[in-house]
Design a protein around this ligand. Structure first.
Ligand code: UT7
Length: 324
Protein backbone atom coordinates (compact mmCIF):
# COMPACT_ATOMS: atom_id res chain seq x y z
CA UNK A 1 0.00 0.00 0.00
CA UNK A 2 1.38 3.42 -0.95
CA UNK A 3 0.18 6.11 1.43
CA UNK A 4 -0.02 9.68 0.19
CA UNK A 5 -0.72 12.93 2.07
CA UNK A 6 -3.42 14.45 -0.13
CA UNK A 7 -4.58 18.09 0.07
CA UNK A 8 -8.35 18.20 0.59
CA UNK A 9 -8.94 21.73 1.90
CA UNK A 10 -7.29 25.14 1.76
CA UNK A 11 -8.24 28.49 3.26
CA UNK A 12 -6.75 31.80 4.24
CA UNK A 13 -7.30 34.87 6.35
CA UNK A 14 -5.98 38.38 5.84
CA UNK A 15 -6.43 41.12 8.44
CA UNK A 16 -8.86 43.88 7.49
CA UNK A 17 -6.39 46.77 7.38
CA UNK A 18 -4.77 47.23 3.95
CA UNK A 19 -1.77 49.54 3.80
CA UNK A 20 -0.76 50.87 0.35
CA UNK A 21 2.88 51.80 -0.39
CA UNK A 22 1.94 55.49 -0.41
CA UNK A 23 1.38 55.34 3.36
CA UNK A 24 5.14 54.83 3.92
CA UNK A 25 5.93 57.99 1.90
CA UNK A 26 4.55 60.01 4.82
CA UNK A 27 7.10 58.79 7.38
CA UNK A 28 10.09 57.42 5.42
CA UNK A 29 12.44 58.50 2.63
CA UNK A 30 10.81 56.10 0.17
CA UNK A 31 8.39 56.07 -2.77
CA UNK A 32 5.63 53.84 -4.10
CA UNK A 33 7.72 53.66 -7.30
CA UNK A 34 10.82 52.29 -5.47
CA UNK A 35 8.84 49.66 -3.55
CA UNK A 36 6.92 48.52 -6.67
CA UNK A 37 9.91 48.30 -8.99
CA UNK A 38 12.37 46.75 -6.50
CA UNK A 39 9.98 44.27 -4.85
CA UNK A 40 6.69 44.07 -6.80
CA UNK A 41 4.77 44.92 -3.62
CA UNK A 42 1.84 47.36 -3.90
CA UNK A 43 0.03 46.83 -0.61
CA UNK A 44 0.02 44.55 2.45
CA UNK A 45 -2.34 43.71 5.31
CA UNK A 46 -1.47 44.54 8.93
CA UNK A 47 -3.10 42.88 11.93
CA UNK A 48 -5.29 45.08 14.12
CA UNK A 49 -4.12 46.02 17.61
CA UNK A 50 -4.59 42.94 19.77
CA UNK A 51 -5.08 40.61 16.78
CA UNK A 52 -2.72 37.64 17.18
CA UNK A 53 -1.08 35.01 15.03
CA UNK A 54 -3.21 32.24 16.59
CA UNK A 55 -6.44 34.14 15.93
CA UNK A 56 -5.58 34.56 12.26
CA UNK A 57 -4.57 30.88 12.09
CA UNK A 58 -7.94 29.82 13.52
CA UNK A 59 -9.83 31.83 10.86
CA UNK A 60 -7.78 30.23 8.07
CA UNK A 61 -8.21 26.76 9.63
CA UNK A 62 -12.01 27.09 9.71
CA UNK A 63 -12.03 27.84 5.97
CA UNK A 64 -9.73 24.92 5.14
CA UNK A 65 -11.83 22.50 7.25
CA UNK A 66 -14.98 23.74 5.51
CA UNK A 67 -13.52 22.99 2.07
CA UNK A 68 -12.35 19.55 3.27
CA UNK A 69 -15.82 18.93 4.74
CA UNK A 70 -14.25 17.93 8.04
CA UNK A 71 -15.04 18.79 11.65
CA UNK A 72 -12.39 19.70 14.22
CA UNK A 73 -12.72 16.28 15.85
CA UNK A 74 -11.64 14.63 12.60
CA UNK A 75 -8.19 16.27 12.85
CA UNK A 76 -5.34 14.29 14.43
CA UNK A 77 -2.62 16.93 14.39
CA UNK A 78 -2.10 20.68 13.95
CA UNK A 79 1.29 21.90 12.77
CA UNK A 80 1.81 25.67 12.69
CA UNK A 81 4.74 27.26 10.89
CA UNK A 82 5.47 30.64 12.46
CA UNK A 83 8.29 32.87 13.70
CA UNK A 84 5.89 35.32 15.34
CA UNK A 85 4.03 33.29 18.00
CA UNK A 86 1.56 34.94 20.39
CA UNK A 87 3.80 33.96 23.33
CA UNK A 88 7.22 32.35 23.69
CA UNK A 89 5.22 29.29 24.75
CA UNK A 90 2.87 27.43 24.58
CA UNK A 91 2.88 26.77 20.86
CA UNK A 92 0.51 28.60 18.53
CA UNK A 93 -0.70 25.15 17.44
CA UNK A 94 -2.11 24.39 20.90
CA UNK A 95 -3.81 27.81 20.91
CA UNK A 96 -5.32 26.93 17.53
CA UNK A 97 -6.59 23.65 19.01
CA UNK A 98 -8.29 25.63 21.77
CA UNK A 99 -9.62 28.23 19.34
CA UNK A 100 -11.13 25.51 17.16
CA UNK A 101 -12.55 23.63 20.16
CA UNK A 102 -10.35 20.60 19.42
CA UNK A 103 -9.91 18.38 22.48
CA UNK A 104 -8.07 15.42 20.98
CA UNK A 105 -4.94 14.95 18.88
CA UNK A 106 -1.75 17.00 19.19
CA UNK A 107 -0.23 20.26 17.98
CA UNK A 108 3.20 21.86 17.74
CA UNK A 109 5.00 24.68 15.95
CA UNK A 110 7.74 24.55 13.32
CA UNK A 111 10.15 27.48 12.99
CA UNK A 112 12.03 27.80 9.72
CA UNK A 113 11.09 31.46 9.11
CA UNK A 114 10.01 32.10 5.49
CA UNK A 115 10.64 28.44 4.60
CA UNK A 116 8.51 27.35 7.56
CA UNK A 117 5.50 26.16 5.58
CA UNK A 118 7.70 23.95 3.38
CA UNK A 119 9.31 22.40 6.47
CA UNK A 120 5.87 21.96 8.08
CA UNK A 121 4.49 20.26 4.95
CA UNK A 122 7.43 17.85 4.83
CA UNK A 123 6.91 17.19 8.54
CA UNK A 124 3.17 16.57 8.14
CA UNK A 125 3.91 14.23 5.25
CA UNK A 126 6.25 12.26 7.51
CA UNK A 127 3.56 12.10 10.22
CA UNK A 128 1.06 10.72 7.70
CA UNK A 129 3.41 8.24 6.02
CA UNK A 130 4.58 6.89 9.41
CA UNK A 131 1.02 6.40 10.64
CA UNK A 132 1.24 9.01 13.44
CA UNK A 133 -1.72 10.91 12.03
CA UNK A 134 -4.28 10.51 9.25
CA UNK A 135 -5.63 14.04 8.99
CA UNK A 136 -3.34 16.99 9.60
CA UNK A 137 -3.97 20.74 9.56
CA UNK A 138 -0.84 22.51 8.33
CA UNK A 139 -0.89 26.26 8.92
CA UNK A 140 1.42 29.16 8.12
CA UNK A 141 0.58 32.26 10.18
CA UNK A 142 2.55 35.42 10.90
CA UNK A 143 2.33 38.92 12.38
CA UNK A 144 5.62 40.28 11.01
CA UNK A 145 4.32 43.83 11.56
CA UNK A 146 5.16 43.27 15.25
CA UNK A 147 8.90 42.80 14.57
CA UNK A 148 9.39 45.67 12.11
CA UNK A 149 11.73 48.59 12.78
CA UNK A 150 9.48 51.34 11.41
CA UNK A 151 12.51 53.62 10.90
CA UNK A 152 14.27 51.11 8.60
CA UNK A 153 13.00 51.72 5.06
CA UNK A 154 14.96 48.74 3.72
CA UNK A 155 12.79 46.24 5.64
CA UNK A 156 9.52 47.66 6.99
CA UNK A 157 8.00 48.27 3.52
CA UNK A 158 8.41 44.61 2.54
CA UNK A 159 6.48 42.54 5.06
CA UNK A 160 2.82 41.84 5.88
CA UNK A 161 0.55 39.75 8.11
CA UNK A 162 -1.80 36.84 7.35
CA UNK A 163 -2.48 33.13 7.63
CA UNK A 164 -3.13 30.16 5.35
CA UNK A 165 -4.19 26.63 6.26
CA UNK A 166 -4.11 23.32 4.39
CA UNK A 167 -5.77 20.01 5.29
CA UNK A 168 -3.76 16.90 4.41
CA UNK A 169 -5.40 13.47 4.54
CA UNK A 170 -3.92 9.99 4.24
CA UNK A 171 -5.08 8.32 1.01
CA UNK A 172 -3.91 5.24 -0.83
CA UNK A 173 -2.00 5.89 -4.04
CA UNK A 174 -0.28 3.82 -6.71
CA UNK A 175 3.20 5.02 -5.76
CA UNK A 176 3.63 6.76 -9.12
CA UNK A 177 4.04 10.48 -9.79
CA UNK A 178 0.46 10.43 -11.11
CA UNK A 179 -0.82 10.15 -7.52
CA UNK A 180 -2.48 13.11 -5.87
CA UNK A 181 -0.71 14.41 -2.76
CA UNK A 182 2.83 15.18 -1.67
CA UNK A 183 5.23 13.42 -4.03
CA UNK A 184 8.58 14.67 -2.69
CA UNK A 185 10.31 17.36 -0.65
CA UNK A 186 13.80 18.82 -0.37
CA UNK A 187 14.94 20.66 2.79
CA UNK A 188 18.14 22.65 3.41
CA UNK A 189 19.62 25.04 5.95
CA UNK A 190 23.02 26.62 6.56
CA UNK A 191 23.64 28.61 9.74
CA UNK A 192 26.71 30.36 8.32
CA UNK A 193 24.31 32.78 6.60
CA UNK A 194 22.53 33.86 9.78
CA UNK A 195 23.51 37.55 9.59
CA UNK A 196 21.64 37.94 6.29
CA UNK A 197 18.23 37.76 7.98
CA UNK A 198 17.60 37.59 11.71
CA UNK A 199 15.78 39.20 14.63
CA UNK A 200 18.05 41.07 17.06
CA UNK A 201 16.39 39.86 20.25
CA UNK A 202 15.20 36.70 21.94
CA UNK A 203 14.54 34.83 25.16
CA UNK A 204 18.02 33.57 26.03
CA UNK A 205 20.04 36.47 24.61
CA UNK A 206 18.46 39.88 25.19
CA UNK A 207 15.21 38.96 26.91
CA UNK A 208 13.40 41.11 24.36
CA UNK A 209 11.38 40.36 21.22
CA UNK A 210 13.76 42.24 18.92
CA UNK A 211 13.36 43.66 15.41
CA UNK A 212 13.97 42.11 11.99
CA UNK A 213 17.35 42.87 10.37
CA UNK A 214 18.10 41.96 6.76
CA UNK A 215 20.95 42.35 4.28
CA UNK A 216 18.52 42.41 1.37
CA UNK A 217 20.91 42.51 -1.56
CA UNK A 218 23.25 39.65 -0.49
CA UNK A 219 20.16 37.56 0.34
CA UNK A 220 18.63 38.40 -3.04
CA UNK A 221 21.79 37.08 -4.70
CA UNK A 222 21.57 33.78 -2.78
CA UNK A 223 17.85 33.31 -3.34
CA UNK A 224 17.35 32.57 -7.05
CA UNK A 225 20.06 29.89 -7.35
CA UNK A 226 19.10 28.13 -4.13
CA UNK A 227 15.36 28.20 -4.92
CA UNK A 228 15.75 26.83 -8.45
CA UNK A 229 18.16 24.14 -7.17
CA UNK A 230 15.85 22.98 -4.37
CA UNK A 231 12.82 22.95 -6.68
CA UNK A 232 14.76 20.85 -9.21
CA UNK A 233 15.99 18.53 -6.43
CA UNK A 234 12.44 17.95 -5.13
CA UNK A 235 11.18 17.32 -8.68
CA UNK A 236 14.07 14.88 -9.23
CA UNK A 237 13.14 12.93 -6.08
CA UNK A 238 9.62 12.57 -7.52
CA UNK A 239 11.10 11.32 -10.81
CA UNK A 240 9.98 14.47 -12.60
CA UNK A 241 11.49 17.50 -14.32
CA UNK A 242 10.22 21.07 -14.55
CA UNK A 243 8.43 20.24 -17.86
CA UNK A 244 5.79 18.45 -15.75
CA UNK A 245 5.03 21.50 -13.57
CA UNK A 246 1.64 23.18 -13.95
CA UNK A 247 2.19 25.79 -11.22
CA UNK A 248 5.11 27.15 -9.26
CA UNK A 249 3.74 28.37 -5.91
CA UNK A 250 6.70 30.43 -4.69
CA UNK A 251 7.44 32.24 -1.45
CA UNK A 252 6.27 35.78 -2.14
CA UNK A 253 9.24 37.93 -1.08
CA UNK A 254 10.11 39.80 -4.26
CA UNK A 255 8.71 39.61 -7.81
CA UNK A 256 12.25 39.74 -9.23
CA UNK A 257 13.24 36.63 -7.22
CA UNK A 258 10.03 34.90 -8.38
CA UNK A 259 10.74 35.78 -12.03
CA UNK A 260 14.43 34.81 -11.78
CA UNK A 261 13.59 31.42 -10.26
CA UNK A 262 10.95 30.63 -12.90
CA UNK A 263 13.40 31.59 -15.65
CA UNK A 264 16.15 29.42 -14.18
CA UNK A 265 13.67 26.52 -14.07
CA UNK A 266 12.76 27.17 -17.73
CA UNK A 267 9.12 28.01 -16.92
CA UNK A 268 7.06 31.01 -18.10
CA UNK A 269 5.45 33.44 -15.64
CA UNK A 270 1.96 32.25 -16.64
CA UNK A 271 2.77 29.09 -14.68
CA UNK A 272 3.50 31.02 -11.48
CA UNK A 273 0.98 31.98 -8.78
CA UNK A 274 1.80 35.59 -7.86
CA UNK A 275 0.30 37.39 -4.84
CA UNK A 276 3.27 39.49 -3.71
CA UNK A 277 1.61 42.68 -5.00
CA UNK A 278 -1.29 42.27 -2.56
CA UNK A 279 0.26 40.55 0.47
CA UNK A 280 3.94 41.57 0.59
CA UNK A 281 6.21 39.09 2.31
CA UNK A 282 4.17 37.22 4.93
CA UNK A 283 7.00 34.77 5.75
CA UNK A 284 5.62 31.31 6.59
CA UNK A 285 2.09 32.38 5.61
CA UNK A 286 3.06 33.33 2.08
CA UNK A 287 2.87 29.92 0.38
CA UNK A 288 -0.45 28.78 1.91
CA UNK A 289 -1.88 32.24 1.15
CA UNK A 290 -0.74 31.94 -2.47
CA UNK A 291 -2.09 28.37 -2.70
CA UNK A 292 -5.47 29.47 -1.35
CA UNK A 293 -5.68 32.47 -3.67
CA UNK A 294 -4.52 30.32 -6.62
CA UNK A 295 -7.33 27.85 -5.96
CA UNK A 296 -9.92 30.61 -5.41
CA UNK A 297 -8.88 32.30 -8.69
CA UNK A 298 -9.41 29.00 -10.53
CA UNK A 299 -5.72 28.79 -11.50
CA UNK A 300 -4.94 25.60 -9.55
CA UNK A 301 -7.19 22.65 -10.50
CA UNK A 302 -7.42 19.04 -9.27
CA UNK A 303 -4.64 16.94 -10.78
CA UNK A 304 -2.29 19.91 -11.37
CA UNK A 305 1.36 19.38 -10.47
CA UNK A 306 2.63 22.08 -8.10
CA UNK A 307 6.09 22.91 -6.86
CA UNK A 308 6.24 25.20 -3.83
CA UNK A 309 9.60 26.73 -2.87
CA UNK A 310 10.84 29.16 -0.21
CA UNK A 311 13.96 30.64 1.39
CA UNK A 312 14.40 32.71 4.52
CA UNK A 313 16.22 33.31 7.79
CA UNK A 314 18.77 30.70 8.77
CA UNK A 315 19.27 30.54 5.93
CA UNK A 316 16.69 27.79 5.53
CA UNK A 317 15.25 26.81 2.16
CA UNK A 318 13.35 24.00 0.50
CA UNK A 319 10.66 22.81 -1.89
CA UNK A 320 7.69 20.46 -1.96
CA UNK A 321 6.22 18.75 -5.03
CA UNK A 322 2.49 18.19 -4.67
CA UNK A 323 -0.18 17.00 -7.06
CA UNK A 324 -3.36 18.96 -6.18
O1 UT7 B 1 11.55 36.27 2.90
C1 UT7 B 1 12.90 36.06 3.14
C2 UT7 B 1 13.66 36.27 1.96
N1 UT7 B 1 13.77 37.68 1.70
C3 UT7 B 1 14.21 38.04 0.55
O2 UT7 B 1 14.40 37.18 -0.27
C4 UT7 B 1 14.46 39.47 0.29
C5 UT7 B 1 15.61 39.56 -0.65
N2 UT7 B 1 15.99 40.90 -1.03
C6 UT7 B 1 15.22 41.74 -1.74
O3 UT7 B 1 14.08 41.47 -2.02
C7 UT7 B 1 15.86 43.00 -2.28
O4 UT7 B 1 17.26 42.95 -2.02
C8 UT7 B 1 15.28 44.31 -1.66
C9 UT7 B 1 13.89 44.56 -2.20
C10 UT7 B 1 15.28 44.19 -0.16
C11 UT7 B 1 16.16 45.49 -2.07
O5 UT7 B 1 16.33 45.55 -3.47
P1 UT7 B 1 17.81 45.73 -4.11
O6 UT7 B 1 17.62 45.86 -5.55
O7 UT7 B 1 18.65 44.60 -3.61
O8 UT7 B 1 18.27 47.12 -3.52
P2 UT7 B 1 19.50 47.45 -2.56
O9 UT7 B 1 19.31 46.83 -1.23
O10 UT7 B 1 20.77 47.19 -3.30
O11 UT7 B 1 19.32 49.01 -2.39
C12 UT7 B 1 19.43 49.91 -3.50
C13 UT7 B 1 19.26 51.32 -2.97
C14 UT7 B 1 20.13 51.63 -1.76
O12 UT7 B 1 20.59 52.96 -1.91
P3 UT7 B 1 22.09 53.26 -2.44
O13 UT7 B 1 22.99 52.60 -1.45
O14 UT7 B 1 22.15 52.64 -3.80
O15 UT7 B 1 22.14 54.74 -2.44
C15 UT7 B 1 19.17 51.58 -0.60
O16 UT7 B 1 19.58 52.40 0.49
O17 UT7 B 1 17.90 51.52 -2.54
C16 UT7 B 1 17.90 52.10 -1.22
N3 UT7 B 1 16.69 51.70 -0.52
C17 UT7 B 1 15.53 52.36 -0.64
N4 UT7 B 1 15.19 53.46 -1.34
C18 UT7 B 1 13.91 53.87 -1.27
C19 UT7 B 1 16.50 50.64 0.31
N5 UT7 B 1 15.22 50.61 0.74
C20 UT7 B 1 14.59 51.67 0.16
C21 UT7 B 1 13.27 52.14 0.19
N6 UT7 B 1 12.97 53.24 -0.54
N7 UT7 B 1 12.29 51.55 0.91
Amino acid sequence: MNLRAVATGIGHYLPERIVPNSEFEKTLDTTDEWIRTRSGIERRHFAAEGETTSQMAVHAAHRALEMAELGVDDIDAVIVATSTPDLTFPSVATMVQEGLGMTRGFGYDVQAVCAGFIFALANANGMILSGQAEKVLVIGAETFSRIMDWTDRSTCVLFGDGAGALVLEARTGSGSAEDRGILASDLNSDGRYRDMLYVDGGVSSTGTTGKLRMQGNPLFRQAVGKLAATADAALGKAGLTSDAVDWIVPHQANIRIIQGTAKKMGLPMDKVVVTVQDHGNTSAASIPLALSVGVARGQIKPGDLLVAEAIGGGLAWGAVVLRW
